[in-house]
Design a protein around this ligand. Structure first.
Ligand code: MG
Length: 127
């Protein structure tokens, strides 16, 4: 059984390498197609919440097992397309996370953004 404590990003990437190779789908798994697929699957994730009030969404997340499964499946679609995009780009996800989170920490210093958010002015960096 896989779980987050013992599963590495590399093992998720390897899972996608195998999945794509077994189907000879390399020709489809181009960076452009994968970026589009991330957006499509993110749309499917959002669709599950379409028209729900924040309270309804919270209630279904807590108490509707089938809904939780459906949300988890769309999250996995997004995550695994991102893993395949990392493979297609030969991008090290962990070092990219480290660099981007450092950028985010500088962009949103806690002493300035504690408990509230305001959009930084254009040109402030990040995105
Ligand atoms: Mg999907």
């Amino acid at each position: 059984m896989m779980n987050d404590s013992s599963t590495t990003i590399q093992s998720l990437r390897d899972m996608m390498v195998t999945f794509v190779a077994e189907r000879q789908w390399h020709k489809y798994h181009t960076p452009r197609n994968l970026a589009a697929s991330v957006a499509v699957e993110a749309g499917e994730l959002l669709e599950l919440f379409q028209w729900l009030t924040p309270e309804e969404a919270q209630s279904r997340i807590k108490g509707d097992a089938a809904f939780r499964v459906a949300v988890g499946e769309e999250m996995v679609d997004v995550i695994m397309y991102l893993m395949s995009l990392a493979n297609a780009m030969n991008l090290d996800v962990s070092s990219a996370v480290e660099a981007k989170m450092e950028k985010n920490r500088r962009k949103y210093p806690p002493e300035k953004f504690q408990g509230h958010y305001e959009r930084p002015l254009p040109g402030a960096g990040g995105g």
